[in-house]
Write a protein that binds this ligand. Structure first.
Ligand SMILES: [Zn+2]
Length: 341
């Protein structure tokens, strides 16, 4: 008999929940919800924080229910458990979101207990990069590979390290924070307060901010047109999680837009430098690159790969295989479900 698990990829913009066949990694069904409700949904303003707090667990629960009901599985199907990979710091034992400002909840949010109460199933909580790396290890681009590193480009830049076929979490569970690797002394200010860190140059947030800043200065770009089609042009100084959709960036590059190509090339070259250091330090068999922008924009992937191989030492550079994720948008969901396998 097949065993099924529930996986949840909990990111700053969306919740992706799904039912996964634990033996094969096959996704039976999935459902999506926004992480933070759009303002019009909670406009009464009354006890807003409190509502919002419970809302996250409720939304995740609703996404799970939707995935279960669209799975076509018999009503008496017993799931192995719910696994959640969350964008933020988690306490794996207490099943608490310790600090996750992008998810719109206060510190020490008891997500595990709330989901356990609703579904009467075991709940396992981990971080999103850990989940995605596990997904790639079990069923994605990491299959059959003992030593590899997954790097995800998003709001920040995170990585998961696999050593001898096992996820390496480090002494305090924070191994792989390559977004805060210093690539330029006295460089750009990073969201963490440090200077010259990789993600201040090459994260999706950094790319977005640079592009919007250039538009504000009056640079010509097809982006103006593409973003107007989306609604309004976001303010580059607004929230830290602003993002231009990957598809828009891909479209602008297809249209050979000079500004977008320039900004993406710069980000890719710096990312390549960071990855060259990873290659030199860790000597991985494979380097797996993921995140929406990396999946959608060949230009970014190609320049990053070329630069990383060019800058790294000859022997590890010749041996390392740089690829994209095997599961794409579903690495996190699949890996989270495997928390209970
Ligand atoms: Zn930093």
């Amino acid at each position: 008999m097949e065993r099924y698990g529930i996986g949840v990829d909990l990111g700053g913009t969306k919740i992706l929940a799904g039912i996964v066949e634990l033996g094969t990694g096959k996704i039976v069904s999935s459902a999506k919800k926004k992480t933070v409700p759009t303002p019009k949904e909670g406009k009464d303003g009354k006890d807003r924080d409190h509502d919002k707090e419970n809302d996250l667990a409720r939304r995740i629960g609703d996404a799970i229910d939707e995935a279960i009901s669209s799975s076509g599985l018999p009503l008496n199907t017993r799931f192995a458990g719910i696994g959640v990979g969350a964008a933020g710091q988690v306490d794996r034992n207490e099943k608490v979101l310790v600090f996750a400002p992008n998810l719109g909840v206060k510190p020490n949010y008891a997500l595990g207990a709330l989901l356990q109460d609703r579904f009467k199933l075991p709940v396992a909580l981990g971080n999103d990069v850990e989940a995605a790396t596990l997904g790639e290890l079990k069923f994605g681009a990491g299959v059959g590979c003992a030593d590899f590193v997954c790097v995800f480009i998003g709001t920040g830049i995170g990585s998961g390290i696999v050593q001898n076929g096992q996820l390496r979490k480090g002494a305090t569970g924070t191994a792989g924070e390559i977004g805060h690797m210093v690539i330029s002394a006295e460089g750009r200010l990073c969201g963490c307060g440090g200077r010259g860190h990789l993600e201040a140059y090459s994260s999706r947030t950094a790319i977005t901010r640079t592009l919007l800043g250039e538009l504000k200065r009056g640079r010509n770009s097809i982006l103006t047109e593409l973003l107007a089609g989306e609604g309004t042009i976001p303010d580059p100084n607004a929230a830290s999680s602003i993002a231009i959709r990957s598809k828009i960036i891909a479209k602008a590059i297809e249209a050979n837009d000079e500004l977008v190509k320039h900004v993406v090339r710069e980000a890719a070259e710096i990312l390549g430098l960071g990855l060259a250091s990873v290659i030199n330090f860790y000597n991985p068999e494979r380097l797996i690159l993921g995140g929406g922008l990396m999946e959608a924009v060949d230009y970014l992937f190609d320049i990053t790969t070329r630069e990383a191989k060019f800058e790294a030492l000859r022997l590890p550079a010749t041996n390392v295989e740089i690829t994209r994720t095997g599961l794409g948008d579903f690495s996190g969901l699949t890996g989270a479900a495997m928390f209970n396998a």
